[in-house]
Ligand binder design. Structure first.
Ligand code: ADP
Length: 382
């Protein structure tokens, strides 16, 4: 009898332990599932944080998140850089020029607007600041975006100056042409010889307008990269010869002595049309600014991996204060000098600079007022 009871207890214990075992297994499986879920959520959150870090670090825009009390919740590297922040800034108000957009921030935090934007100028730098409400997140009151727009504003200024320069350049020939047309109309009956003379003057003004529009088109094409540079092996001496021959009538008219010295060994990897253009502009200027019976020398020398070409004249020279600016578009040393033959567009050297730099070369000038100028440019040797 006793052994029967013992066996029953044993059996009951066995069943119980089996039940406990099964329960334990289920609990363990559940714990395992919970752990896996938690790991997955942690991985996802790490991944999200890594992506957020990457995005906020790589964008150029400065981003600052502030809470309802204007305490900084997050600030990215670009914002630190744009604001020149070195240490820690807790509150948005601490950021000195941030005060300039304080009214915007206050409006957003008071819930009176969703998005406000303003331009801020600080230390000759221009910024566009955008303040946006972040209603969905209770820890965040507003997101402040800061972009630097100094370069954009500078480009806008360049464009405005460009248009002003073109208008200025066009005004004189157009006004002169109008006057000439009226004069010709009056003279044509009574004095055909005088009318012919006026027509000659009109042709001169039309040529000036034609040169201006052609050079403007060329400059626009070069600057927009639509005038490709085709590099070939170029004998520099031949190109110098061709350009000198083309300009011979003007050289002879002013009885200028020209000395062109280039070794046949001087060969460059260059676009022949481009180099002809540069040479022709430099020589044309040298002739234009050199008085009758003056001298011009053209040389090509080997300079390391480059060929250096020099155009030297015994002309008027360029004042030291103007020298750094002559390669700018429309720059003319003295507008009053630009009369008659010396009248130009001020675009030639800007075009030459683009062409030379497009070859990876350099162009510069040395000059002594009253004595003469030397223009240098380099091209890669072939
Ligand atoms: P432009 O069509 O007026 O000659 P450039 O761009 O070729 O325009 O030259 C810009 C200015 O640089 C000229 O107006 C002139 O004042 C000055 N310059 C250029 N070359 C010479 C030179 N060889 N001697 C003196 N002044 C020069």
């Amino acid at each position: 009898m006793e052994w029967l009871i013992g066996a029953a207890i044993l059996a009951a214990l066995l069943v119980l332990s089996r039940v406990l075992w099964i329960h334990l297994q289920a609990t363990q499986r559940e714990a395992e599932t919970v752990r896996r879920e938690r790991d997955r959520a942690r991985d996802e959150s790490n991944q999200l944080r890594a992506r957020w870090d990457l995005v906020t670090r790589s964008i150029g825009e400065g981003i600052i998140l502030i809470d309802a009390k204007q305490q900084i919740v997050f600030i990215n590297e670009s914002a630190r850089r744009l604001l020149n922040l070195t240490g820690d800034a807790r509150s948005f108000g601490e950021i000195a020029w941030g005060l300039q957009v304080q009214p915007l921030v206050a409006e957003i935090l008071a819930g009176r607007a969703e998005l406000l934007s303003q331009s801020v100028v600080n230390d000759e730098r221009a910024f566009q600041v955008t303040v946006r409400a972040c209603a969905a997140d209770s820890s965040c009151g507003a997101v402040i975006g800061i972009s630097e727009v100094t370069e954009l504003q500078r480009l806008g200024q360049v464009r405005r100056e460009f248009v002003a320069n073109i208008s200025h350049e066009l005004r004189t020939p157009v006004a002169t042409l109008r006057l000439l047309v009226d004069t010709v109309a009056n003279e044509i009956q009574q004095n055909p010889a005088a009318a012919n003379e006026w027509l000659g003057k009109m042709r001169g003004q039309i040529d000036a307008l034609h040169q201006l529009t052609t050079e403007l088109m060329d400059l626009a094409l070069i600057e927009s990269g639509q005038m490709p540079i085709k590099l070939v092996d170029v004998p520099i001496a031949e190109l110098i010869d061709q350009v000198v021959q083309l300009l011979q009538p003007q050289i002879r008219r002013k009885q200028i002595v020209i000395d062109a010295q280039a070794s046949p060994a001087a060969r460059a990897l260059a676009d022949p049309d481009g180099v002809r253009r540069v040479l022709s502009n430099l020589l044309h200027n040298a002739i234009k600014f050199t008085p009758a019976n003056g001298r011009i020398a053209v040389r090509a020398l080997a300079a390391g991996d480059n060929i250096e070409i020099q155009v030297e004249d015994s002309g008027t020279g360029i004042p030291a204060r103007d020298l750094p600016r002559i390669f700018e578009r429309f720059y003319k040393v003295d507008r009053s000098r630009g009369q008659g033959e010396a009248r130009g567009t001020g675009l030639g050297l800007a075009i030459a600079k683009h062409i030379v730099e497009g070859h990876g070369g350099r162009i510069w000038a040395e000059s002594v007022e009253g004595k003469g100028s030397t223009f240098h440019f380099t091209l890669p040797a072939s």
